[in-house]
Design a protein around this ligand. Structure first.
Ligand SMILES: Nc1ncnc2c1ncn2[C@@H]1O[C@H](COP(=O)(O)OP(=O)(O)OP(=O)(O)O)[C@@H](O)[C@H]1O
Ligand SMILES: [Mg+2]
Length: 355
């Protein structure tokens, strides 16, 4: 039997649950001439929810992940490559006739995939201008294309002043809906909420929360039922209690519970066995991470992991607050209703190492 849970990549079709309102909202929003900014902590399902909404919109769309681009020239080449995935390559000459630098385009004979590159040392700012101007020209205000820029906060790292240049190009365009996603909470809010940032109030800010418990419960229990016909409901509840309905960690734990059910059918406590397996398999990473943390941060994580209050007089409130902010930025802690350790398996590792 194939494992019915999936974690780590974009999920769609049978692996995707709920987000009904969010998908409807994004689709509706894309019918306007505005741009959308979607922010959440890591692995909450941003890429998946946008991929679904964009696909259901039936419109032409291209997606580029800025985390995988190494320079402005590379970003331009990737945008162009994605553009030619949704347009006939035979019309290439027509499309690129205004380009100041001619790209090299090759087709992989085995897969048919196209690859686009520009000569090294050409000015990236010219390339990005030409590519985005071409995409704008290919559409009209009645028929807009959607460009999804994933991990958008990376724009600050790609090249100096890139945010300024991109913004000045994008604000003139009328035939493109941009959707910008990002996980580094404070960087994304800085880009779109800081008055000094070129992207200040450039798009509508949308935040994605965890998945609603009822839907996620249904999703888990339906899939656990064939393997655990007697206690699938209880197992689903325990998974969600443990992960707090975090989309990624819940799927990860459920996938491991399933694996235990297949490999050790007589295991009386598949949840604990699965947790133990995950914590052990990440042990080395956790240890390395821990060694690199400052003492204050270690103390805070231990308090959060064991559910003890932070205001104990051990550290000043201002010290705790700024350490929390930094750790939130680095992704170790998240804030939903209260501060918590982001990774429940790291939390477990911390608890075990305190014993
Ligand atoms: N709607 C959903 N239904 C079920 N599982 C989901 C859903 N959304 C996300 N997940 C789970 O979370 C994982 C991460 O999803 P996704 O990559 O879309 O999140 P993300 O916020 O873009 O993450 P990152 O911060 O790494 O870019 C998925 O692999 C899946 O296990
Ligand atoms: Mg993503």
């Amino acid at each position: 039997m194939e494992n019915p849970f999936k974690f780590g990549t974009i999920v769609e079709e049978e692996y995707f649950t709920d987000r009904v309102n969010e998908v409807a909202y994004i689709k509706q929003f894309l019918n306007s001439s505005n741009h959308l900014v979607l922010i959440s902590p890591r692995r909450f399902g941003k890429s998946s929810v946008v991929a679904k909404a964009v696909k259901e919109s039936g419109r032409k769309h291209i997606t580029v992940n800025l985390q995988q681009t190494t320079s402005v020239a590379d970003l331009s080449a990737k945008l162009l490559r994605e553009f030619f995935k949704v347009h006939p390559i035979s019309r290439m000459r027509h499309f690129i006739k205004h380009f100041r630098f001619i790209p090299t385009v090759s087709t992989n004979p085995m897969t048919g995939a196209i690859d686009v590159s520009f000569q090294p040392n050409v000015d990236g700012t010219v390339l990005i201008e030409d590519v985005l101007a071409m995409i704008e020209r290919a559409y009209s205000d009645k028929d807009r294309i959607i460009i999804v820029l994933d991990e958008f906060q990376e724009i600050l790292d790609i090249a100096p002043k890139m945010d300024k240049q991109l913004r000045s190009i994008m604000q003139e365009q009328k035939h493109i809906n941009y959707v910008m996603l990002g996980s580094q909470e404070s960087m994304m809010t800085d880009i779109f909420e800081n008055k000094k940032s070129p992207f200040y109030h450039f798009g509508e800010l949308m935040r994605l929360g965890k998945l609603p418990r009822d839907d996620f419960y249904k999703y888990l229990s339906e899939r656990l039922m064939p393997l655990f016909p007697k206690n699938y409901g209880e197992l689903s509840d325990r998974i969600l209690d443990y992960t707090g309905c975090h989309p990624y960690y819940s799927q990860q734990l459920a996938a491991n519970v399933w694996q235990v059910g297949i490999m050790q059918p007589n295991e009386g406590n598949p949840i604990d066995a699965a947790i133990d397996h995950i914590v052990k398999s990440h042990g080395l990473d956790y240890e390395r991470l821990w060694m690199n943390l400052k003492r204050t941060n270690r103390w805070i994580l231990q308090r959060l992991a064991s559910g003890k209050p932070l205001q104990s007089g051990e550290y000043r409130t201002s010290t705790i607050y700024s350490a929390l902010k930094r750790m939130q930025k680095d992704g170790y802690v998240i804030y939903s209703d209260c501060y918590e350790v982001e990774d429940p398996f790291f939390r477990q590792w911390i608890l075990e190492s305190m014993e």
